[in-house]
Design a protein around this ligand. Structure first.
Ligand SMILES: Cc1cc2nc3c(=O)[nH]c(=O)nc-3n(C[C@H](O)[C@H](O)[C@H](O)COP(=O)(O)OP(=O)(O)OC[C@H]3O[C@@H](n4cnc5c(N)ncnc54)[C@H](O)[C@@H]3O)c2cc1C
Length: 444
């Protein structure tokens, strides 16, 4: 018997060194020899660089339940002619992105009540898997919690609504059959608001409390993963994947910008929005929409010291405020928001940035124009049903995907990576039902 051949550890190439590629490499390194390829000079310099770092474990509303294209088009037009601020902005050049129409088709086929509830169930299952996996990775890799802002920070959503009671009943009727939520109005909401540390929220009359939410610094977690994975024997290559070498419905190797070829048994594409163009050359149409969001990070924020929640404040431009504990006695605050659908364009639009700065100033009463504020924007790879695409492709027997995490890549990274690894080792149990994330739902 050729024992050496049977026992040989299979080699997996993971393409992309954002939070999804790194967590995939971490999970896969428990079972396989792993090489991770990242084109930038370090990991987590793409969308995983300065994101909110908020881990929603209870938020189960897919984008199809709240994004209305007629309203977005109307507010975008208004914003274009009057320079007014808008939360989501659609520019016609978004249409030129590969697979835009396919994305739109799948988006609309997932707006029915039945499909929304189906994906809410998937999100509930994914959410339930996050906390134990976060605890596991921090313990297993002996990561410092303070250094990575790994904390249990309750989530709060604040809205202004003409009829909060009716809105609560509508939400209860739809989503509470999947997961019961904590709704706040009246005196209960006032108590939370008074205790929150947030300024200028007197007129907010509807709230949702998500007590089990977590925060983590995505980039610092990514950098620690790189270090720990290297110690565990994972090879991290700084190179760009240019082409795939195929034979008989299998990928044999990838050719890299350096001129080298990398052979492997299995290939995982975790390249964020870059996965789109990568799949195009393999004849696979990946329905991902690039959405640009902005981020401000203020170190040494006075107000952050008493900031109780990771709070999402609904306004013309909504902001997600995440508190960061930077060291023992220094606190920072990160504000993220804006959804620009204007293609795969990484440039920072000063007008949009200013809209977010105004929001940050309004709700904190602090100066966000100073040099101490780090500004950034990134492109989120959104799938048409707001759920990632994880699993084997039909066309190539050894090609796997882990992409399309949209607004929630950090939150969903660990369950996604665990599911991917469970699929690759043909496990009989899964951390959430794999059908929710299956590439087959988009005919891939
Ligand atoms: C402003 C903002 C705030 C956000 N806030 C949150 C939040 O609070 N919570 C949350 O969960 N999510 C949040 N997100 C979403 C989250 O950041 C993304 O879902 C996540 O970062 C996606 O990770 P990724 O690894 O798929 O993509 P990326 O981080 O973009 O990684 C993909 C990597 O692949 C590499 N790559 C691409 N092509 C190639 C190639 N040919 N060869 C080699 N390498 C290649 C890229 O260089 C890149 O590093 C936010 C996003 C933004 C922009």
């Amino acid at each position: 018997m050729k024992l050496s051949k049977i026992c040989r550890m299979q080699h997996v190439a993971v393409i992309g060194g954002g939070i999804i590629g790194l967590t995939s490499a971490y999970e896969l390194s428990k079972h396989f020899k792993v090489t991770l390829i990242e084109k930038e000079k370090d990991v987590c310099l793409g969308t995983s660089y300065q994101n909110g770092g908020c881990i929603n474990v209870e938020y189960i509303a897919p984008v199809n339940s709240y994004l209305s294209f007629p309203s977005v088009l109307k507010s975008s037009l208004l914003s274009l002619v009057s320079n007014s601020s808008s939360n989501t902005f659609f520019h016609p050049k978004a249409i030129l992105e590969p697979n835009f129409l396919l994305w739109l088709k799948h988006f609309f086929s997932n707006t029915s009540r039945e499909r929304i509830l189906y994906h809410s169930e998937g999100m509930k299952q994914m959410g339930a898997a996050i906390q134990p996996l976060m605890e596991e990775i921090f313990d297993e890799l002996e990561l410092d919690r303070l250094q990575h802002n790994f904390k249990y920070t309750p989530g709060l959503r604040l809205h202004i609504n003409p009829d909060p009671k009716a809105e609560i009943s509508r939400n209860k009727e739809l989503f509470d059959q999947i997961l019961e939520k904590t709704y706040l109005s009246g005196t209960e909401l006032e108590k939370v608001k008074n205790n929150s540390g947030i300024k200028n929220i007197d007129n907010y009359n509807l709230g949702y409390l998500e007590p089990r939410d977590i925060t983590v610094n995505t980039r610092s977690l990514g950098l620690s993963l790189k270090e720990k994975l290297t110690e565990r024997g994972v090879t991290i290559l700084q190179d760009e994947v240019l082409k795939y070498e195929m034979k008989d419905a299998k990928i044999n190797a990838i050719s890299l910008k350096s001129g080298n070829m990398l052979q492997a048994d299995l290939f995982v594409v975790a390249a964020g929005y870059g996965s789109n163009s990568m799949m195009k050359q393999l004849g696979i149409k990946l329905p991902l929409m690039p959405i640009k969001a902005y981020s401000l990070h203020k170190s040494k924020s006075k107000i952050a010291e008493n900031w109780k929640y990771t709070v999402n404040i609904d306004s013309k431009v909504s902001g997600l405020f995440t508190p960061y504990k930077e060291n023992k006695d220094s606190f920072g605050l990160r504000v993220t928001g804006i959804r620009d659908m204007n293609g795969n364009d990484p440039t920072m639009n000063k007008i949009r940035l200013n809209h977010l700065i105004q929001v940050a100033q309004h709700f904190t009463g602090e100066d966000w124009k100073s040099d101490q504020v780090e500004t950034w924007c990134g492109i989120m790879p959104l799938s048409p049903d707001d759920f990632p695409i994880i699993g084997k492709t039909e066309k190539y027997s050894n090609l796997f995907l882990n992409c399309g995490h949209g607004f929630r890549g950090t939150a969903w990274s660990l369950p996604s990576a665990r599911l991917l690894s469970q699929i690759l080792i043909s496990s009989e149990t899964f951390c959430f039902q794999p059908e929710f994330a299956s590439p087959q739902r988009f005919g891939i």
